[in-house]
Design a protein around this ligand. Structure first.
Ligand code: SF4
Length: 408
């Protein structure tokens, strides 16, 4: 896979992470061996995922038409902060290396956002924030604690304020695209070390969430958004295609839905991106998502062939106010739930969470459940499957280069 941030095998081979990955593989090998011998399967080791998506809140102050988490927003579910902090401490002691504060709500709306980020950094965890831009004042507050491995990405998706407002429908009418971007130089003045990104989800007619929900098309604003991002000091703009929820509850690209129009849509996107790329500089990158390249190259189907067991469920999980889930593509989906939100709340709960994990590793058949998902973890899952099913000496699995990037 070309984009290094999506080379998850290389990330799992880093010396700081590989020993925990191999412990997982040993456990799964011992489960397979016990089954063959007709013995009870051994319990999961007391392990934590390497990386989590953490939904701090379900509350959101926007009403975006294209939101993938529409059904779980603004519910009454909440974390108990003391339990959440204990969970993170316990996980950090068992191998957690990074936390992405993200979706299912707007993280900066969480009342204790600023001290919580300080808490994470005091535990020496890598931290990323995916925000809708409305909470840049809080990004300014956390900026001093972030380092060169951390990042903040704003989901803005527009090059003009009119499109931004029509797409995102902020509850506070004083919010504007320019106003959001104007915070970036202020935050950079406090700390220029971490990466500040402008995320642009490309939406086109025919890519509706539901039939009766109108989508605001934004292909024609790719160049304008790129100029806006560059001129306000963002480090990059990332361009990615819109995802929808499939009938099985997963987040998917749905290119077949509009096959007749798809080629002309792709050509329009390509023309805009080629022009946007001329705006790149040494300090400002124009990034195309791996999904977008797959759509263009027509090879997205290659990434829908998953092994039966998704091993990434053990190494990257989603902790939300409604529970612990196996994958960001299934946040809030019942059959993808590993355990309750206090799954790592104290040492005693690790055993139950291990049983939940074992159940989902066996029972969630990714080759069927994820057959519509263009999964970026496809390569790494097959690598792990090869290790679990193989008989090579695990001590011989060579560590790769240390990149100090533990986001999965
Ligand atoms: S196979 Fe991919 S989409 Fe399916 S659960 Fe695993 S990581 Fe998620």
């Amino acid at each position: 896979m070309a984009n290094p941030i999506h080379d998850f095998t290389a990330k799992l081979r880093q010396p700081a992470v590989l020993p925990g990955v191999l412990d997982y593989v040993r456990w799964r090998r011992s489960v397979e061996a016990a089954r063959k011998a007709g013995r009870p399967a051994p319990d999961a080791p007391a392990m934590a995922p390497v990386s989590i998506n953490l939904d701090l809140t379900t509350a959101c102050n926007y009403r975006c038409d294209h939101c993938i988490d529409w059904d779980i927003l603004n519910t009454a579910n909440k974390h108990d902060e003391a339990v959440l902090r204990a969970s993170i401490e316990n996980m950090a002691a068992k191998g957690l290396r990074s936390v992405i504060l993200i979706g299912g709500g707007e993280p900066t709306v969480y009342p204790g956002f600023t001290p919580f980020v300080k808490f994470l950094k005091d535990l020496r965890l890598q931290v990323a924030v995916v925000s809708n831009g409305s909470g840049n004042r809080k990004i300014l507050e956390i900026a001093p604690w972030l380092d060169e491995h951390d990042w903040v990405r704003l989901s803005l998706d527009a090059g003009t304020n009119d499109t931004f407002i029509r797409m995102h429908k902020p509850v506070d009418k004083s919010v504007s695209l320019e106003g959001i971007c104007e915070w970036v130089p202020k935050v950079k003045a406090v700390n220029p070390r971490f990466k500040y990104g402008f995320s642009f989800i490309i939406v086109w007619r025919g890519a509706e969430r539901e039939q009766d929900v109108k989508i605001v098309e934004n292909i024609h604003e790719i160049v304008g958004a790129t100029r806006l991002a560059r001129d306000h000091g963002f480090d990059y703009i990332s361009l990615k295609p819109f995802l929808v929820r499939s009938s099985t509850g997963s987040e998917v690209m749905d290119p077949e839905k509009a096959e007749a129009e798809l080629q002309s849509v792709i050509q329009r996107i390509r023309r805009e991106i080629d022009e946007a790329k001329t705006l790149g500089t040494d300090t400002f990158k124009v990034l195309e998502s791996t999904n977008l390249r797959m759509l263009e190259q027509g090879n997205w189907r290659d990434f829908t062939n998953q092994p039966q067991t998704c091993h990434m469920q053990a190494l990257r999980q989603v902790l939300t106010p409604t529970g612990l889930y196996n994958c960001p593509a299934y946040r809030g989906v019942d059959r993808a739930r590993i355990a309750a939100k206090d799954a790592y709340g104290d040492a005693a709960r690790f055993a139950g969470t291990g049983r939940g994990l074992a159940t989902i590793l066996d029972g969630f058949d990714a080759s069927k459940e994820c057959r519509e998902v263009t999964c970026l973890y496809n390569d790494v899952n097959w690598w792990l499957e090869g290790l679990v099913k193989g008989d090579s000496l695990l001590d011989d699995v060579a560590a790769g280069a240390e990149r100090a990037d533990y986001f999965l």
